[in-house]
Design a protein around this ligand. Structure first.
Ligand SMILES: *Cc1c(COP(=O)(O)O)cnc(C)c1O
Length: 423
């Protein structure tokens, strides 16, 4: 995370002290580094410069309009998983010709909107969905370009909740049934079969599952091409892992070195859907220590951020490094603490059993690697307004989402007339 560094004993994002942002906006808040986002995108993009490719940033990882605009200006497309994401992507100016649409439960309305926008393609996940795509395309008088998502039955050795390419998974269609479904798709009047898609999971820290899955996909593509299907796109999904603590994931260049030899003979355009690897280490969540509490067997630091702001620790037992914003703290003796939020759930923690310099009340802490699956998974649980998002560029910072107010919490709620009086 080289855009988040200590200078003169203080954590900075690029050239802005984190404490300055916290002072002006309050805590908690998310802070993203512009420079890091650009660098990560280009590391991925340039690793694949020797093959025609489209990068479709998996916007579910971070869908703020400013982030999407920034990515689109660098040449990125997006991978969407809902009509809401289509709406955001178009508002941000992402060209429809670089939008791909994944997900097992696309509704007819979502399909219609995406067809009308003329997106690059749908990643279809079942034969039932193919029928729905064909029917809606017929209704709107268009042809739906599709890739079929294959489930290559590869164990990505990641957390079960973010593993998607096993036989028992709800995603994609079994590799051994795939030819049948491709032939079915090709026979449909309003479907144009253009590609094969495989995404096997997230936070992969080894290239081996990628290449194992790809070998299955490549042999399928060869079979399909022999059968006369014009397969022009191979979508390898996203999933490249990042360093949260001591993982050593492959770099985009390592992935490219492993993959290109397998696909170069195929005459296809590669589509890739990186999410976490672009934004994960481009963002932090800043929180303030409020109370210190010595329990019977544990010590707690109670901070003002909670599971509703960052759910990854509660949901996946994910590890996020936590650092004091003021490095002077590093000279204090260490103690082992749980860092917990104010939400009324035992599952509300950001970090457990961490050895940290003795934290003082009022001190700022940075929860690192929070740019992906952070704010986007935030909720209003416990009626907590969602926190602001800030984009830092060199020496300036820009609010890209305001802190919610109490009025925002009740927007759209109504008391029916039979309850209109207090009697
Ligand atoms: C979530 C997802 C991605 C992105 O995964 P990352 O691990 O964030 O790179 C890409 N493609 C599909 C289909 C996904 O569901």
């Amino acid at each position: 995370m080289h855009s988040f560094q200590y200078h003169h004993g203080e954590l900075y994002c690029e050239q802005v002290p984190v404490s300055r942002i916290a002072k002006e906006l309050g805590t908690p808040c998310y802070i993203y580094s512009h420079e890091t986002l650009i660098r990560h995108f280009h590391a991925y993009d340039s690793a694949f410069k020797n093959i025609p490719h489209v990068i479709a940033f998996a916007m579910k990882a971070n869908s703020n309009l400013a982030i999407l605009r920034l990515m689109a200006r660098e040449g990125s497309g997006v991978d969407i998983v809902s009509g809401g994401e289509l709406y955001r992507a178009l508002k941000a100016g992402v060209p429809a010709s670089k939008i791909v649409f994944a997900g097992v439960g696309k509704t007819p309305g979502e399909i219609r909107d995406a067809l009308n926008a003329n997106i690059l393609m749908f990643n279809a996940e079942s034969s039932a969905e193919l029928h729905a795509l064909n029917q809606v395309a017929d209704e709107v008088g268009k042809k739906a370009r599709i890739a079929l998502r294959i489930n290559p039955d590869i164990d990505p050795k990641t957390h079960p909740y973010i593993s998607t390419g096993l036989k028992k998974s709800k995603f994609g269609i079994a590799a051994d049934r795939a030819v049948e479904d491709f032939v079915l798709a090709a026979s449909m009047s309003h479907i144009d079969v253009v590609g094969v898609h495989a995404h096997i999971g997230s936070q992969l820290t080894d290239v081996a599952p990628f290449t194992a899955a790809l070998k299955k996909v490549v042999s399928l593509i060869e079979t399909l091409q022999e059968r006369g299907l014009n397969i022009r796109y191979l979508n390898i999904g996203g999933g490249l892992g990042i360093t949260y603590s001591d993982e050593k994931p492959p770099l985009p260049q390592d992935l490219s070195d492993a993959i290109l030899p397998l696909v170069q003979g195929l005459k296809i355009t590669l589509v890739m859907e990186p999410g976490r690897v672009i934004v994960g280490n481009a963002g932090i969540l800043v929180t303030k220590a409020m109370y210190l509490k010595e329990g019977e067997t544990k010590s707690f630091v109670i901070v003002d951020a909670a599971m509703n702001d960052l759910i990854r620790p509660s949901l996946y037992e994910a590890y996020h490094d936590v650092r004091p914003v003021n490095e002077e703290a590093g000279r204090r003796p260490k103690h082992t603490v749980d860092i917990v939020g104010p939400v009324c759930e035992s599952g509300d923690f950001l970090a457990k059993d961490r050895s940290l310099p003795v934290v003082k009340a009022g001190e700022l802490l940075a929860v690192m690697s929070a740019g992906a699956y952070g704010f986007v998974m935030a909720s209003n649980y416990n009626s907590r307004p969602r926190v602001p998002e800030v984009l830092v560029r060199e020496g300036e910072f820009h609010i890209i989402r305001e802190r919610e107010r109490y009025e925002d919490l009740i927007r759209g709620e109504q008391i029916p007339s039979f309850l209109s009086t207090m009697e």
